[in-house]
Design a protein around this ligand. Structure first.
Ligand code: FE2
Length: 193
């Protein structure tokens, strides 16, 4: 049973992507994502060279209960590790039957989605794109542009995150730069198996 709580407003800064006030700010540096990018040598070199901040998440926490919603913005920096664009960790929801909505605010990139059955989708996202992530699809955002890629999301507060499987397997395709263009190529990690 959800308790009665007071309605509230918070401010979303469309330019910077931050929520204010915000009670849960997460920063992910490259060292938090070892093993995620294919090029391990480039990963270690970039960590030694200053461990870049890849993305930030501003989430306004409410009780993690069925019936509640979390609002969240993410800001992915532009850049690459090797030839692979900066991206979020990617996850299934722990409660896999929960959906999520992302809305592109600034910059551009791809939403990668995949089911456990191996069905894969890559949806382009730009300002104004509303994407619907149905239940059971793992999801990851990738910044393929030259500027910050900022998007807003809403999802059930009790959905939870399962990052571990994606950390190990990745998605069936990766987004890399080829001849100056973002290109989807098969994930070699998957082909090894
Ligand atoms: Fe999610």
């Amino acid at each position: 049973m959800v308790g009665l709580m007071a309605p509230f407003t918070i401010e979303l800064d469309f330019k910077r992507g931050v929520l204010h006030p915000c009670n849960n700010i997460i920063q992910r540096h490259l060292s938090d994502m070892r093993g995620t990018y294919l090029d391990e040598a480039a990963t270690e070199e970039a960590i030694e060279g200053g461990d870049p901040l890849l993305y930030e998440v501003y989430q306004y926490d409410v009780p993690f209960e069925n019936g509640q919603l979390l609002v969240v913005t993410s800001i992915i920096q532009p850049g690459k590790v090797g030839d692979e664009y900066y991206m979020t960790k990617g996850h299934f929801h722990e409660k896999e039957e929960t959906a999520e909505v992302y809305v592109g605010l600034r910059g551009r990139g791809y939403l990668l989605l995949e089911t456990r059955g191996g069905e894969f989708k890559a949806l382009p996202v730009e300002p104004g794109t509303v994407t619907y992530i149905p239940p059971y699809w793992a999801h990851r955002m990738v910044n393929t542009g030259q500027e910050e890629f900022i998007f807003f999301g809403v999802y059930p507060a009790d959905a939870g995150h399962n990052y571990g499987e994606i950390e190990v397997r990745g998605f069936s395709k990766v987004v890399v730069e080829r001849d100056g263009q973002p290109t989807l190529v098969p994930n070699p990690k998957r082909e090894e198996r």
